[in-house]
Design a protein around this ligand. Structure first.
Ligand code: ADP
Length: 528
């Protein structure tokens, strides 16, 4: 082996016995000879001036035989033309670096003509004014293979995850129609069965249908969020208007549980996605009410020095400290005194995803037996000044239902849902006309008279929606025919509506029968 010069090492610590120069030199020689990397030193004309023993293992060359040879001997022929340029550039501004840091695959040539993937580190140095470059070379074939396998595994996992989300979205969407049918039939039967025992059975069946509906809705929400299908669209959002809508949704639940539901006036307007913001609070308030047997649930939104803080607090059962860490995981539920049955374990996973999409952060603090506080922190730049809020008219609380029976025209292409809805509404005392397609609707709507209410599925066929149908009907008739639009994907429908649609209600499928009746009564009450 050929060396340039014995290294000089000074400054050994006084507490250790000092090595003699001979010992140091021997250690250095040993390290150089058998370092795990092949070590090569070239001069400024690319001649090999030093090669250690490891070169024999890595390249299959006798290190001695390489001295004086051109470095190109170790480079596959196809890379040689470029190599000259790279070397010249490196020699003019030599720096310590990993060779070809931006090149994904570097290859070196063995003595037997085979190639291998190589990781190469370069270190320039000068001896007596002359420039040399030391190269530490290792065979990275195995590492590259492992990387490649990891990459493939990652791609496979991503693909499987997307497939899972697609499957969940499709399955839960397709399950909605039959579930809708069962739900309506249950409600219809509850109306007509005379005996208490059957009534009791139907009530239990109704409860099972409700929990199935909740599960489907949550599955659909999380799969949509995870598949990246939802992009937030920022608009001007009055927090008080959102609170008013949430109060509408939850006040009957709160009353049934004997819990005070308090919304503190906020007078804050945000620039955010209204539907997602609503969904975030809906899940947190739903939880607060679910896990509170007595006392209160309080919702507020206030300005802090560097953020806007929304609090959803309750005086409920609380969450044990050792469980707090996991509550945002999908399907994780804390089993406290049988409360597990009350949900499906997706609410907070949805909250986490929605908050991430909106750029908010959510934290939950809790004390068992005292209550839980969910804190949403919103960046201050999401706050709109009052003058930017002219368009954000508060959502009116639905008018007190005026019990009045009008005639209904139902346009629904799914036969099961159509028959069940019609049956249910008939039993509620409504006169009802039905259409199973747009073409049929055209004929039936000829009979429309003032006072009739249209109930239509949003997804009627590939080109037209129930909303398009309602809007063109309004144009033809010259007045705002009242309408209820039902959709399995309400958030997307809401997002696609650019201007508010007066005298209408948008309801989620599978439809909540009480919500449907309330919407009809509300529209009947607003009839001219
Ligand atoms: P679930 O559908 O079970 O409510 P979530 O993901 O919404 O699922 O919540 C996960 C768990 O966190 C729940 O099972 C519940 O035990 C606990 N939890 C969430 N919110 C509250 C709350 N406000 N009070 C008490 N426990 C809560």
């Amino acid at each position: 082996m050929h060396t340039l010069r014995s290294p000089r090492i000074s400054g050994a610590r006084t507490s250790c016995p000092t090595l003699t120069m001979e010992e140091l030199s021997e250690i250095t020689q040993h390290l150089l000879r058998f370092s795990p990397d092949a070590l090569i030193v070239v001069d400024d004309s690319n001649r090999i001036r030093f090669a250690n023993e490891t070169v024999r293992d890595v390249f299959g060359h006798d290190p001695q035989a390489l001295l004086g040879a051109s470095l190109e001997l170790l480079i596959p022929e196809r890379f040689r033309p470029h190599h000259g340029g790279h070397t010249a550039a490196f020699m003019t501004s030599p720096k310590k670096r990993e060779m070809g840091a931006r090149i994904a695959d570097l290859f070196a040539l063995r003595a037997d003509g085979t190639e291998f993937a190589a990781g190469i580190r370069l270190a320039p140095f000068r001896v007596g004014g002359k420039l040399f470059v030391a190269a530490a070379i290792r065979d990275t074939t195995e590492r590259m293979q492992v990387n490649e396998e990891l990459l493939q595994a990652r791609k496979e996992a991503d693909r499987a995850n997307r497939a899972k989300s697609r499957f969940l979205a499709t399955a839960s969407h397709d399950l909605r129609q039959p579930l809708q049918t069962v739900r309506l039939l249950n409600a219809a039967m509850s109306k007509i069965v005379p005996d208490a025992q059957t009534h009791e059975l139907l009530t239990r069946q109704g409860q099972a249908i409700e929990s199935m509906t909740r599960l489907l809705n949550a599955l659909l929400d999380i799969s949509r969020l995870e598949s990246g299908a939802i992009e937030p669209t920022a608009g001007s959002v009055s927090v008080d208007a959102v609170f008013a809508e949430l109060r509408n949704e939850f006040e009957s639940v709160a009353a049934a549980r004997n819990v005070d539901l308090i919304f503190r006036p906020a007078r804050i307007v945000l620039s955010t996605d209204r539907t997602l913001f609503y969904q975030l609070l809906q899940n947190l308030i739903g939880n607060a009410l679910k896990y509170t047997d007595r006392g209160w649930v309080r919702v507020s939104c206030t300005l802090d020095t560097d953020s806007i803080v929304v609090l959803v607090e309750d005086s409920g059962i609380g969450i044990p400290a050792d469980k707090l860490e996991r509550i945002f995981d999908e399907y994780y539920q804390v089993d406290t005194h049988g409360t597990k049955r009350m949900g499906v374990g997706l609410g907070l996973a949805i909250v986490k995803e929605v908050a991430r999409l909106l750029g908010f952060s959510v934290r939950i603090r809790s004390t068992v037996g005292e209550g839980t506080q969910a804190t949403i922190t919103i960046p201050l730049h999401c706050r709109l000044a009052a003058e930017e809020n002219r368009s954000a008219a508060p959502v009116a609380k639905s008018t007190t239902p005026v019990p009045r029976r009008g005639r209904l025209i139902l346009v629904e292409d799914n036969e099961g849902v159509r028959v069940a809805t019609a049956l249910f509404l008939k039993l509620e005392g409504y006169e009802i006309l039905t259409a199973g397609s747009l073409a049929e609707a055209e004929v039936v709507l000829e009979q429309l008279r003032e006072g009739d209410i249209v109930i239509a599925d949003y997804h009627l066929d590939d080109r037209n929606t129930g909303l398009d149908m309602l809007l063109s009907l309004r144009k033809r008739r010259g007045f705002d025919v009242p309408g209820v639009i039902l959709s399995g994907d309400l958030p997307s429908v809401r997002r696609s509506i650019k201007t508010p649609v007066p005298r209408s209600h948008f309801l989620s499928k599978p439809v909540d029968t009480t919500a449907l009746l309330e919407a009809i009564q509300d529209l009947a009450g607003t009839l001219p």
